[in-house]
Design a protein around this ligand. Structure first.
Ligand code: CUA
Length: 312
C-alpha cells in the first residue's frame, strides 16, 4: 500500500501479510507461466523433442512441487488466523466508543456524552473499541490508514478495535453501497496525543451517556418493572454487564452490549431462566442512540470485570 500511512498497530502487520501473499502469488504465477512458455516452445508442432512419455518420471519432484506450495500456503493461512484473532478480540482496557450509522452519516458518542458527526476523535497509543450499529441499511466502517474495516448492520452490534500509532487526521469511508449518497458518506478520524485528547473530551463533555440512559430508563417505564421497589417479577440489572446469564432454554450467555441491546429490542429472544416472557419489545419505539444510552446506564449499575479470553 504505497503512499498510505501505517497509522495503527495493525497496519504494518496487515501490510506484511499482504506483501507475503503478493510475493508468493507472483512466484507461483511466474513459475507457471515460465513452464507454460518453455513447454510450448519445446513441444511445438514439428520439433523433434522426445515424446516417449513416462520414462522420465520423477516421484521426488512430483511430491516436492505438491508439498512445498501446500506448506507455504498453509503457513499463510496460519499467519492470517493469528492476525485475524488479534483483530477480533479487543483488549480489556480498550475504551468503548459507540457508533451509529445512518443514511448517510456516521454518528459517534463517547461515554462522557461527547457527540460528533462524520468525525471520530481518538487518543494516540491507547486501544479504542468501537461498538457499532446501523439505523437503516448495512454500512461499513473503513479507515484505510488503520487497515481496518467492519460491516455495520441494522439490529445488531458489531465491534472493532484498534490502537492509533500516528497523530493526525485520517480518512473514514463507508465501504458498503448504502444508497444515493454512499460515496459521500465519510469523515475524519482525528488521532490526538493523550493530553490534547483529555482536553478535547473536557471541552466537549455533555450529559454523560449513562445519565441520559437513566433518564430514558424512567421515561420508557423500565424502572416500573426493573426497579428495586417493583412488584413485577423482572430480572435485576445490578452487576448484570459482564456477568454470565442463565437462560430459560438452558444455555448461558455472556451479558455484553449485544445481549443488552437484544434484550431491549427483542426480549423474547433470550429469556432469563426463572422469569416469564412478559417484557414488551421496544423495537421501533427506541432509536439506536437511545438504546446505547440505556446500555451505558445499565453498565454503570455495576459491571463484572470482563473475561480475559475475550469471549463475547
Ligand atoms: Cu453507508 Cu455506504
Amino acid at each position: 500500500m504505497i503512499g498510505l500511512p501505517q497509522a495503527s498497530s495493525f497496519a504494518p502487520r496487515v501490510d506484511a501479510l499482504f506483501d507475503a501473499m503478493l510475493l508468493l502469488s507472483v512466484i507461483v504465477i511466474g513459475g507457471v507461466f515460465v513452464a507454460m512458455v518453455w513447454f510450448g516452445v519445446r513441444y511445438r508442432h514439428g520439433s523433434n523433442a522426445d515424446r516417449s512419455g513416462d520414462a522420465h518420471r520423477n516421484l521426488g519432484v512430483e511430491i516436492s512441487w505438491t508439498l512445498i506450495p501446500l506448506l507455504l500456503f498453509m503457513a499463510l493461512f496460519a499467519w492470517s488466523i493469528w492476525l485475524w484473532r488479534d483483530l477480533r478480540i479487543a483488549p480489556d482496557d480498550a475504551a468503548p466508543i459507540y457508533v451509529v450509522a445512518k443514511q448517510w452519516m456516521w454518528k459517534a458518542q463517547h461515554p462522557g456524552g461527547q457527540r460528533e458527526i462524520n468525525a471520530l476523535h481518538v487518543p494516540l497509543g491507547q486501544p479504542v473499541r468501537l461498538v457499532m450499529t446501523s439505523q437503516d441499511v448495512i454500512h461499513s466502517f473503513y479507515v484505510p490508514a488503520f487497515r481496518i474495516k467492519q460491516d455495520v448492520l441494522p439490529g445488531r452490534y458489531t465491534q472493532m478495535w484498534f490502537t492509533a500509532t500516528q497523530p493526525g487526521t485520517f480518512e473514514l469511508f463507508c465501504a458498503e453501497y448504502c444508497g444515493t449518497d454512499h460515496s459521500r458518506m465519510g469523515g475524519k478520524v482525528v488521532v490526538m496525543r493523550p493530553a490534547a485528547y483529555a482536553r478535547w473530551l473536557d471541552e466537549h463533555a455533555g450529559v454523560g451517556l449513562a445519565a441520559r440512559g437513566a433518564e430514558l430508563f424512567r421515561r420508557f417505564g423500565c424502572s416500573g418493572c426493573h426497579g428495586t421497589q417493583s412488584s413485577v417479577h423482572a430480572p435485576s440489572l445490578e452487576n448484570l454487564y459482564g456477568s454470565t446469564v442463565a437462560l430459560s432454554g438452558g444455555e448461558r450467555v455472556f451479558a455484553d452490549e449485544r445481549y443488552l441491546h437484544d434484550s431491549i429490542l427483542l426480549p423474547r429472544k433470550q429469556v432469563v431462566a426463572g422469569y416469564a416472557p412478559i417484557m414488551p419489545s421496544f423495537a421501533g419505539r427506541i432509536g439506536e442512540e437511545d438504546v446505547l444510552a440505556l446500555i451505558a446506564y445499565i453498565k454503570s449499575r455495576g459491571a463484572q470485570p470482563e473475561p480475559i479470553d475475550g469471549t463475547r
